[in-house]
Each structure stands twice: as C-alpha cells, then as structure tokens.
Ligand binder design. Structure first.
Ligand SMILES: [Zn+2]
Length: 363
C-alpha cells in the first residue's frame, strides 16, 4: 500500500503525508542514515524518542555484512534492528562504483569482488530490488549510475542512459520503489533524466548525483529543474543532502524528503548544531559553560547534561560524547523539519526560512 497526500502548500513548499504499508510519516522529512543497520552511536529506542519517522539503510553494505540471508532469517531488517518506523534502503550503487573493490560496470549491472569474503557479487537492477525487498525495506531505491564529480558531458550522457535502462528493469520488480534521476549539473541532461524517471511512474522520484561537490548554485538550479519536472502528486526525495540551510532552500522549491549522515558525522567530529550556528564543543570556552548544547532543545542530552560536561568528555576521550552529541544533532534536524511543516501549514514558510538562516549565520 502506498499513499501520498498533500495536506497544505505554501508557494512550492509542501506539507504532506505519506503512508507505506501501515507506516505513516509527514513531510518535509529528514532521515538519519543507518547504513549498516544502525545510526552510528545510537540505538533504535533513541531514534524513536527523538521523533525520527524513517531511516535509510544501505543494501550494498548489508549484503557484505552480515549478508541478506542473515537479515531475512532474523525476520527482516525492522526486527533485526528493532525499528518499527519506515525503512528506505538505498541500492548502494553510489558506493559500489566508488568502492576500493575491483568492480566492473556494464549494461547488465555492477560486478565486484569483495575482499571481505573473497566472493564475486553481481548486482543487476533486478537483483538490487529483490535484495532490498527480501530484507523488508518499505521503500526500495533503484540501482542508478552516478559518475564521480566532476564528470564530463560524455560520462554524464552515458549515466543518464544507463540510469534509465536500469530504472526500466527495476520498475518491473514490483511496487514501493523510487526512481533516481542523474544528469549532473547540465540542465538539459538533468531534465531529460527526470523525464525518463517520471515516465516510469514510480511511487516517488529522487534527485541523485547532486550535493557531491558541485557549487551550491548549480545544485539549487538543478534541484529546481527536477522539482519542475517531477509531478506534484508524488514525493520528491533529494538523496544525501543534510546541511540545514540547503534543506530549507530545497523545501522551498518543493522537495519533501532528505537524508544524510551529516548530523551524526558532524557530532562525531565534535560539531554541534545550534540555532545560532554550529559550535565546536572542544573549544576551551565551552568548558566553562554550565548550559545545555541547545538553549531551547529538549533532547535527552540537553535535558540532562551541560556543554561543560560534554566538553570534558571530549577532552578525556570518553566515547559517550559521541552519543550525546549525536542525540542532540539528530533532534535538531527533527525539530527543524517539524518547524518547516508548521510554517508551511501556516503560510509563513518564506519568513520562517529567512529568519532561521539569518540567526543560523549570526555567529
Ligand atoms: Zn539537544
């Protein structure tokens, strides 16, 4: 079962609900990344408490470890990781092509040798969807071909053709699948790839191959092209976008779903999100501050611990600071998305975005 309903629009920004099987979420939404079946340093109960609605895991990583059979034997990924919310799975096409393993990409699919178990894996578009479904993914992502950035026009043209052919084969594998567009930052290729994907009538349409190193203006320009081609009646997902400002800009042009390791990776690198901009908690001055990380944050970290304490844990190399910082950064993203939904519902998205960005850039 798949249902997407727009509840309210404000300009191009949308507040919507998406129901997949028995799981209902509201967009705009941000998904933490659970690449190997966990959001680093956190457990599923934490995510539930933080108000996380959905996660994205990675089929390629789970295939290598612990193996699809093991997850299937455990009763699927939801049961295996004790997570009752929505699970998206990425095909891992992006990682396969960039992996250190010997890999070969042909029109058939991707073949690679894993040094972890000395096996050769062949991932075709058909198999890619089959494996995602076998572990109980609610939304499977197509196998796409994203050339590394920067790529020349010829490579991008090839990737658009290959992505289309693979998407056609993925589409035949059932329902609850999102297509992914490519095309780099060349407007006509981006537009063509979006049209190719839309024609296949997936349940949702995703933007791939952006936010991989291109200038921000080109990223926005090509996102705009994508949302103008993608139908309004279906969810639009920007894969791998995680900075608060970029997300706010893309919500304004009609993107509904985001994911990124950005909040948790930053947390593990001592960078804490606050409404007044990001802070490096290991800086000396924070060792003196007996206040929470976020002054109006009610995450478990901010309810119970001070900046001085977390600063101390960092300096003492006590691993618990990674968890405390990750709890906070993920909650920051959840609060941000909730504020987006509220602002759209109240027809004040533009002023909300402007005020947020102004304050965020203030320090
Ligand atoms: Zn907090």
């Amino acid at each position: 079962m798949f249902d997407f309903k727009i509840l309210h629009t404000d300009g191009e920004a949308r507040h919507a609900s998406m129901t997949v099987d028995d799981k209902r979420i509201e967009t705009p939404m941000f998904m933490p990344v659970a690449t190997k079946g966990t959001v680093k340093t956190l457990i599923s109960e934490d995510l539930e408490e933080l108000g996380v609605q959905a996660l994205i895991s990675n089929m390629y990583h789970l295939l290598l470890k612990p193996g699809i059979d093991k997850i299937e034997d455990a009763g699927g990924l939801h049961k295996f990781m004790n997570w009752d919310g929505l699970i998206f799975t990425d095909s891992g096409g992006f990682q396969m092509i960039r992996s250190d393993f010997d890999q070969k990409v042909t029109s058939k699919g991707v073949t690679f040798d894993s040094d972890q178990d000395s096996k050769t894996y062949e991932i075709t578009p058909e198999k890619c969807i089959e494996l995602q479904k076998r572990i109980g993914s609610n939304i499977a992502m197509c196998l796409d071909y994203c050339p590394p950035y920067p790529a020349d026009r010829g490579e991008l043209e090839k990737s658009v053709i290959r992505t289309k052919e693979w998407a056609e084969r993925c589409r035949k594998q059932g329902e609850n699948i999102f297509g992914i567009s490519q095309g780099g930052t060349i407007p006509e290729l981006r537009e063509k790839s979006c049209k190719d994907i839309v024609n296949l009538n997936f349940e949702g349409n995703a933007i791939g191959g952006l936010s991989i190193g291109e200038p921000t203006e080109l990223m926005y320009e090509n996102t705009k092209i994508s949302t103008s081609v993608f139908p309004k009646s279906k969810p639009r997902y920007f894969m791998g976008l995680g900075s608060p400002i970029d997300i706010l800009e893309c919500v304004e042009i009609g993107v509904d779903i985001f994911d990124s390791a950005y909040p948790t990776r930053n947390a593990r690198h001592r960078t804490i999100f606050t409404k007044k901009g990001n802070i490096r908690i290991d800086k000396r001055k924070f060792g003196e501050q007996q206040i929470p990380l976020g002054l109006d944050c009610d995450c478990p970290t901010c309810r119970n611990y001070s900046r001085a304490y977390i600063h101390h844990l960092c300096k003492a190399d006590e691993l618990s600071w990674m968890r405390l910082a990750s709890l906070h950064n993920v909650k920051f993203m959840m609060d941000l998305m909730e504020e987006c939904r509220k602002a759209i519902s109240e027809n004040r998205y533009e002023s909300f975005k402007k005020d947020f960005i102004e304050t965020y850039k203030s320090c």
